[in-house]
Design a protein around this ligand. Structure first.
Ligand code: GTP
Ligand code: MG
Length: 195
């Protein structure tokens, strides 16, 4: 798929703030700092489209980006950020779940995991939730530039076992630095938004 245009549409916390219209949407979820915003920027070749940061918790709203005037990528706030107070955490959880559960144009979800880490309880919970609701999903292992092929071979089994990954789901190694995995991720998205 060739991306010819990418533009920020809006930020929202509640359904009332989601963009109107019926363009298909694909959402990115995962722990804070896992690389959701970086992945979006790499996919669309626009460094500063989604704001990224070394500090976890950068994305605090649901951000919508319109691609090719044909579909929308949705950057969700990251979960699992230890330094926010319980009350805020609960609000974020509700914001993420509220979107995933009720968003009609949602066609699929990419769950991002740091390739170096064993999935956390929240990662597993998120994955099982997607399975349970039958949401089309793909798992993306981010920051793959940080592992050697050998290390990834081992780590891949750890991730698959921990989720545990269902046979219908792909696990795609990805790097926002090198672009590895970009075409594979785009192909999955294309299948979702054109079906
Ligand atoms: P929140 O918005 O806080 O939930 O974080 P996020 O998931 O959007 O992460 P973000 O894209 O802001 O990236 C977090 C940090 O990881 C930044 O310092 C990025 O430069 C770095 N990073 C993201 N992707 C990669 C990658 O593929 N390789 C490497 N080496 N670093 C990456
Ligand atoms: Mg972000």
């Amino acid at each position: 798929m060739k991306i010819v245009s990418a533009e920020f549409v809006t930020s929202a916390v509640k359904p009332g703030g989601y963009p109107p219209g019926n363009l298909p949407e694909v959402a990115f979820v995962g722990r804070s700092n896992v690389g959701k915003s970086s992945l979006i920027n790499k996919l669309v070749n626009r460094k500063g489209l989604a704001r990224t940061s070394k500090t976890p918790g950068r994305t605090q709203l649901i951000n919508f980006f319109k691609i090719n005037d044909a579909f929308i990528l949705v950057d969700l706030p990251g979960y699992g950020f230890a330094r926010v107070p319980g009350e805020v955490k609960e609000k974020w959880g509700k914001m993420i779940e509220g979107y995933l559960k009720h968003r009609e144009p949602l066609k699929g979800v990419a769950l991002l995991l740091d390739c170096r880490h064993t999935p956390t309880a929240q990662d597993r919970q998120m994955y099982q939730w997607l399975l349970h609701y039958g949401v089309p999903a793909v798992v993306v292992a981010t920051k793959i530039d940080k592992l050697s092929n050998n290390q990834w071979a081992k780590q891949q089994s750890v991730i698959k076992k921990a989720l545990p990954l269902a046979p219908e789901h792909k696990l795609i190694p990805f790097s926002a630095e090198t672009g590895r995995g970009k075409e594979e991720v785009l192909a999955v998205l294309e299948g979702w938004v054109h079906s």
